[in-house]
Design a protein around this ligand. Structure first.
Ligand SMILES: [Zn+2]
Length: 61
């Protein structure tokens, strides 16, 4: 398995699609800033069958 996985996030603030790299064994909730508009995302990482899935929400929701 790759130690680092890239996932594409659609920013809820600016609408840009931003790729982020996360460690493959990482899961749960984390805060990550958008590289484009610098607003904070709340990311929820889950995995099923080895596939990483990311849900993103804005912090103020
Ligand atoms: Zn953004």
């Amino acid at each position: 398995m790759e130690p680092i996985q890239e996932i594409a996030i659609d920013c809820p603030y600016c609408g840009e699609t931003v790729s982020i790299a996360v460690e493959a064994d990482l899961s749960g909730d984390l805060i990550q800033d958008c590289e484009v508009c610098c607003n904070p995302w709340r990311l929820r990482l889950t995995r099923a069958d080895g596939h990483l899935r990311a849900e993103v929400a804005s912090l103020d929701e």
